[in-house]
Design a protein around this ligand. Sequence first.
Ligand SMILES: O=P(O)(O)OC[C@H]1O[C@H](O)[C@H](O)[C@@H](O)[C@@H]1O
Length: 284
Amino acid sequence: MLAITNKKHTNGLDYLDIETDLCKARIFLQGAQIDYFQPKGKPPLLWVSSADDYQPGNGIRGGIPICWPWFGMHPNPDFPQHGIARTRIWTLASIEMRAQQLELRFELALDEQDKRFWPHDSRVSVLFSLGDSLSVSLNNHNTGNRPISLTQALHSYFPIGDIHQLRASGFSGAKYIEFGAGPYPQEDDTVTFERETDRVYTDLGEVQWLHTPNGTIEVAREHSHSAVLWNPWIAKSQRLSRFNPDDYLGMVCLEAANVLDDGLTLAPGESHSLITHIRWWESH
Ligand SMILES: O=P(O)(O)OC[C@H]1O[C@H](O)[C@H](O)[C@@H](O)[C@@H]1O
């Protein structure tokens, strides 16, 4: 089966409700933000805060916000954190079925207002590939005649059941910066959570795993040597917008990125795709 229905949220945001033989998904045009993905017969793979009211103009607190064309704070303090893509309306450009994977491509057309933030000749698009796993590819192409530099992330929120029981693995050999300090070498392969965690990893291997009480989520990346691992813990949860004070107990963000020395510089005519693959891991 294949059902793709255009719907409107009560607060006005347009989204696509999607069902295939292999999964159910929901993608908002604002931010090209997927906030729901569930392989059939398995639990959902993305987390969203019940405090989010899906207001136009805000990124949704969950799913996969797209941080582009910068991650984190911009040197200009008047520019929004994590770039402009997550609050802009994207256009659905194509729908294709390949084998049993449903591919949806969205494009972002920047207006004059946006050019204040991003005065470059470039094209950005995102391709979702939906099957029993989820792949997201954020594609940049330099259409101008000067180099372009940017940072970006697929800011994925995962449902992890209980932060006190979560073990995140696949980190050995990397290094990280946290709260402006570091880089520190990551000696253990596994990370556990006992406090606010906000690490920007570089030199990171291609695959990490989130071992939760409900199963293991595998998060792989292509064309990316960096990722962000984030849990706001108690105090920051109380300050965060669209977030319940105890939400930190049930989520973690592991964000495929191109940041720090893994930031991009695209020569004229050059393209790049930041890709993440997300699935429930099954041992064979
Ligand atoms: O509140 P937001 O702008 O969505 O940012 C949410 C979080 O994003 C990233 O994970 C950063 O590393 C965090 O420092 C930040 O708090």
